[in-house]
Ligand binder design. Structure first.
Ligand code: OOG
Ligand code: NI
Length: 464
């Protein structure tokens, strides 16, 4: 029998939609955020024909409405390795290593996401996935207790593990099994209002770090936010209070620019949620609150090269280091804008200086064909200057959680010690994951390179 397998992209789309539906019923404010973002995107497109045209030309109109990222936190290496295989069924691969310990958070992470042009166009759903670093809990007894609690839990349903096995054996899932796979994976990310530990244990782990309690005390890695993509984050930020949502004081990331770069994010505070704790004596439950889940909105801009990212990091550090006040400082927005004067803000400069990644599109086919007949070699700079070829920004698909976490560098010791620690942790992380993470810069560079090759092929074809 030849099964008609559905594509990993289709399974990811189903999963992304199912997660969004589930989270909307769990956190009603998320529904408010979705409506707000849909309204702002519609308004922005209606008033900005150039942006509409650019998105349409890049084939990106469809992804905007469905685009989300989520975040989860795992407790064990085995959970991470299994999740990596599950995400692979949906065409999601681990990209980049994020060391959040430098931000004072005892986790390290990767982002599972699609990496191909076509897959990203269909549905770019990504999940920022952290793994708790138990070794960063100081108290050895508490560390051991946390390890034992985590070792006892099983976060995946038997059904999803069986379907995973089937998919790996057969090379895919048919439509019926794909739907069952998504339904069987969903419970892993559901919210559990009941803790697995008593209130005293919860409080001990909370004292070690808020995140330790969040990972260790529950049956599974509840999705802690799902973030829609807006085309105008400043408008979204202004609109949040009007819809009864209390936004954080400033937008994280780069300032507002003509050519948006990387990622800008804002959020609302985590909810106070009632949790029931089993009593140590086994007699009834005790109620308390836990804060984990929050709301976030983001705007995505062009992906930067290593050189561009280094300049970004340097300019951001300049602003944050002034008085140690980080992004809470009163005049932060003005200082940020001032510092980023040093970052070119037009596509030709960003491209020519090797700061950002672009795809090439022929804007004037007749002029391009004249060039192909007349020139020996493709003269890209001349074609760009003459507007025969245009630059299409390659969207940044990754994350900036460490820079968003604010000031931490100033509290740390020597640079060498820090990078050494980060390096060895990446190896441990990849061991837990069962494979190396992909390098985001190589992915973006490959996209730009393939686009250049396509242009060269078009040039060669025009000669014949
Ligand atoms: C990780 C949050 C990282 C982002 O947008 O930078 C993230 C977490 O809190 O679990 O989602
Ligand atoms: Ni996020």
């Amino acid at each position: 029998m030849t099964a008609a397998f559905v594509s990993p992209d289709a399974i990811r789309s189903l999963f992304s939609q199912a997660m969004s539906d589930m989270y909307r019923t769990e956190v009603p404010q998320y529904g408010t955020l979705l409506n707000l973002v849909a309204d702002i995107n519609q308004h922005t497109l209606a008033h900005n024909p150039a942006l509409r045209e650019a998105l349409a030309q890049a084939g990106d109109m469809d992804r905007i409405d469905v685009e989300r990222h989520g975040a989860i936190r795992l407790g064990t290496a085995h959970e991470l390795a299994t999740l990596s295989r599950l995400f692979r069924v949906m065409g999601m691969q681990p990209v980049s290593y994020y060391d959040l310990s430098v931000a004072g958070v005892p986790v390290h992470a990767t982002a599972f996401r699609p990496v191909d042009d076509e897959a990203l166009r269909i549905n770019p759903f990504r999940v920022f996935t952290s793994l708790l670093r138990l070794e960063l809990i100081d108290d050895p007894a508490l560390r051991e207790q946390a390890r034992q609690i985590l070792a006892r839990r099983a976060i995946f349903t038997d059904e999803v593990l069986a379907l995973l096995h089937q998919c790996e054996r057969d090379g895919g899932l048919d439509a019926d099994h794909a739907a069952r796979f998504v339904a069987a994976l969903l419970p892993t990310f559901r919210w559990h209002p009941t803790a697995t530990v008593d209130a005293a244990t919860y409080r001990q782990l909370l004292n070690a770090h808020r995140l330790v309690a969040d990972v260790v005390c529950f049956r599974g890695p509840h999705i802690n936010h799902l973030t829609p993509r807006t085309l105008d984050i400043d408008a979204a930020q202004a609109e949040m209070p009007r819809r009864g949502i209390e936004a954080k004081a400033v937008v994280e990331g780069p300032p507002r620019r003509r050519c948006p770069i990387l990622l800008r994010q804002t959020s609302f505070k985590a909810l106070q949620e009632v949790i029931a704790f089993p009593q140590a004596s086994g007699t009834g439950t005790h109620a308390d609150t836990h804060t984990a889940r929050f709301g976030e909105i983001e705007q995505r801009g062009v992906a930067l090269t290593r050189k561009g990212r280094a300049l970004y990091d340097q300019l951001l550090a300049q602003v944050r280091n002034i008085d140690g006040a980080g992004s809470t400082a009163h005049d932060y927005a003005e200082r940020l804008t001032a510092a980023f004067q040093a970052f070119p803000d037009d596509a030709p400069s960003l491209h020519a200086q090797g700061l950002a990644f672009y795809r090439y599109t022929v804007l004037d086919p007749a002029a391009f064909s004249r060039h192909a007949h007349a020139a020996d070699d493709l003269d890209l700079p001349a074609l760009l200057r003459a507007n025969v070829v245009g630059l299409q920004p390659i969207v940044y698909e990754d994350f900036l959680p460490v820079s968003a976490a604010g000031i931490f560098q100033s509290n740390l010791g020597g640079q060498e010690a820090r990078s050494y620690a980060a390096q060895s942790a990446q190896l441990a992380f990849e061991q837990a994951l069962g494979r190396p993470v992909l390098d985001e810069f190589e992915i973006y560079a490959g996209m730009q390179q393939r686009s250049l090759q396509a242009l060269q092929a078009q040039f060669a074809h025009g000669k014949t």
